[in-house]
Design a protein around this ligand. Structure first.
Ligand SMILES: [Zn+2]
Length: 217
């Protein structure tokens, strides 16, 4: 049972088609695993369509409708489930569309990070994000990583816990640099996650690239 869902902003941007590809991969993969967010999306899409069709599109209106619809969904009064694409395979570790990305990269290729942890970069055409798979051995902390800006973690197998909660298959955690946490894979199983982060700024100047770590940007 998925406990931690996509935030509404991200789902709205996904529905509007304005979400960058890196985040989109994680959102679509969560949707493949999560009937709750699939019904939320279908409602959102029809609401968005309604406001656009009636030329009364207004962010506040949409948000208000969204809030009340979300309440109905949460209360179980709307439970229409719309399958995302046909190739949905929610019982495997890597659902679509993630699987296609992995296959395009030549299949699963883990690179060791030390202490049993491993990662695989997932190439996308989106330069504003970095997408990777992370494997954390059972009972081990997630390797130290500095991230500036937002990080989205979607659990695909096993589970991890931090000071906030426990996150199992399908759960999403959004973190930014204001959240101090030390996630640790739970003891019973290795934990595999999809992690999307904002890519560091890329400078054309070699000098700026060299001093970038010193500037912390
Ligand atoms: Zn969800």
């Amino acid at each position: 049972m998925i406990q931690h869902h996509l935030d509404d902003d991200m789902l709205q941007q996904y529905a509007a088609g304005t979400l960058a590809e890196g985040w989109g991969v994680a959102v679509a993969t969560h949707l493949a695993l999560c009937p709750t967010c699939r019904s939320a999306l279908s409602v959102l899409e029809s609401v968005g369509g309604y406001f656009i069709d009636n030329e009364t599109f207004d962010n506040t209106d949409v948000s208000k409708s969204w809030e009340s619809l979300r309440e109905k969904i949460d209360a179980g009064r709307i439970d229409k489930v719309v399958p995302i694409k046909k190739r949905l395979s929610s019982d495997r570790t890597y659902p679509e569309p993630l699987r296609t990305y992995i296959e395009a990269a030549g299949g699963l290729k883990w690179r060791q990070l030390g202490r049993g942890a491993a990662q695989m970069m997932i190439p996308t055409r989106d330069e504003t994000t970095t997408v990777r798979l992370l494997k954390i051995p059972a009972g081990q902390p997630v390797p130290e990583h500095s991230h500036r800006g937002v990080e989205l973690t979607l659990v695909l197998d096993g589970s991890f816990s931090d000071e906030v909660s426990t996150f199992a298959r399908g759960d999403v955690e959004m973190a930014d640099d204001s959240l101090m946490h030390q996630p640790k894979a739970d003891a019973d199983k290795d934990c595999i996650c999809l992690a999307v982060t904002e890519a560091p700024l890329r400078f054309k100047s070699r000098f700026l690239r060299l001093i970038q770590p010193l500037l912390g940007i």
